[in-house]
Design a protein around this ligand. Structure first.
Ligand code: RFL
Length: 392
């Protein structure tokens, strides 16, 4: 098999890149380890930045988000027994965020690619890639248990944190940065109307909690827990008691209880790999970087990488210009370190770390007071939360 751009992974990064390339008349093949059903049903991210939504609209993918996406103007931070509403729409003169679940975005992308007759191979795990410094970079994969090869001009690793593409960069070249947090998130999906349309964060001295509307009858809720907690150790009664304790404040409607439809624990880490390009290989999305979910940046950062890469490849094929492609890693890393700074900072501000003393806890409180109670604090949060600019 041969194609222009071989893409490993049919997550949001791989599908979006393939869609962008198609609009530019560039051929691609996506090779995905899992089944189509599995890819489309994974419940993950839920909050999109202003720039991500603009990008979806510009690329003809704005219809369903216009119908079922929920535009957000503020976050309600709850601490000290009070509500502190931070209006990021006002602080940024009109920028928003949208609640739009990742599986809906993946469905939009999958439908667009399928309608255009895209070549996406499912249940075909990639085993390795090679030839990255030759004119025939090759993706080796398995199909029905048989070894197969895809020869391309460029290979893009959109295969997530546990993919194989990053391994193709030699240890002497690749530098990784990592922080593992001593807690995780227990996430539930509940058949219950959210008490408010706005995302609510409980910054409580017994642990963080978060609430986000998913639809008029479904709420997504998270609780800080042990990083290796077994979700089955949390009874429904215990979950609701903790959510009430960490999120409810006087004068605001309490958390609504309902049937718990899904329950899982996510560990938390910050991770970044440098460089994001090696020969004819480019890494995009979780393959290159992971952030704790607190800042809602993982999916959005994947979209930012793909925007730069899609334009770079378009310039290369259209005009033979290498300018943007050569700067891909540098452009993405510069933005990504700012995203890491925001995500790690926010994660540290709102969670309880085992062993922290009273002084550290008062500093956390002072950070929350500054962020919600001063114009400078509100602006800094709002610029980052609604999305930093993407240089292309
Ligand atoms: P993905 O989605 O992990 O897709 C990678 C794909 O590659 C495939 N793959 C392979 N295919 C072939 N051969 C191999 N050897 C392969 N190895 C892997 C996999 O099967 C998969 O299909 O990476 P991508 O495309 O970079 O997208 C990244 C996002 O999925 C991720 O960053 C977000 O979900 C993170 N995230 C959030 N991001 C946001 O922007 N806003 C949010 O509100 C938000 N909330 C979250 C989140 C992630 C969470 N979890 C579960 C980690 C909330 C949670 C709880």
């Amino acid at each position: 098999m041969r194609t222009q751009v071989g893409i490993v992974g049919a997550g949001p990064a791989g599908l979006m890149l393939s869609h962008m390339l198609h609009l530019e008349g560039i051929e691609s093949v996506i090779i995905e380890r899992a089944s189509r059903e599995h890819v489309q049903s994974r419940l993950r991210a839920g909050v999109l930045e202003h720039g991500t939504v603009d990008m979806l609209r510009e690329l003809g993918l704005g219809e369903r988000i216009g119908k079922i996406g929920l535009e957000q103007h503020a976050i309600d931070f709850r601490f000290g027994g009070e509500s502190h509403r931070l209006d990021f729409h006002q602080a940024t003169n009109g920028r928003s965020a949208w609640v739009y679940p990742q599986h809906e975005l993946v469905t939009d992308l999958m439908n667009a690619r399928m309608q255009a007759g895209a070549e996406i191979l499912f249940e075909t795990p990639v085993t390795r890639i090679d030839g990255l410094h030759t004119s025939k970079p090759t993706v080796h994969f398995e199909q029905g248990g048989e070894p197969r090869e895809l020869v391309c001009d460029f290979v893009v690793g959109c295969d997530g944190f546990r993919g194989v593409c990053r391994d193709a960069i030699p240890d002497t070249v690749l530098k990784t940065y990592d922080r593992v947090y001593p807690f995780g998130w227990l996430g539930i999906l509940a058949e219950a109307p959210a008490p408010t349309r706005e995302i609510t964060w409980g910054c409580h001295e017994e642990g963080f909690a978060m609430l986000s509307i998913r639809s008029p009858s479904v709420t997504r809720l998270y609780l800080q827990c042990e990083p290796d907690d077994d979700p089955d150790h949390w009874s429904d009664d215990h979950i609701w008691a903790e959510l009430h304790k960490r999120l409810d404040v006087p004068g605001m409607p309490p958390v609504n209880e309902g049937k718990i439809m899904q329950k899982g624990v996510t560990a938390m880490r910050s991770f970044l790999a440098e460089p994001m390009q090696y020969g004819k290989l480019f890494l995009a999305g979780d393959a290159a970087h992971i952030v704790p979910p607190t800042g809602a940046k993982g999916l959005n950062s994947a979209m930012a990488d793909v925007k730069v890469l899609g334009r770079g490849l378009a310039e290369k094929y259209r005009r033979g210009a290498d300018h943007l492609l050569e700067r891909y890693s540098q452009i993405c890393l510069k933005r990504m370190w700012l995203v890491q700074r925001f995500s790690a900072g926010l994660c540290t501000m709102v969670h309880q770390f085992p062993g922290d003393n009273a002084f550290v806890r008062r500093l956390q409180r002072a950070d929350l007071d500054y962020m919600t109670g001063t114009a400078a604090g509100r602006l800094a949060f709002s610029e980052n939360f609604t999305g930093l600019p993407i240089e292309t």
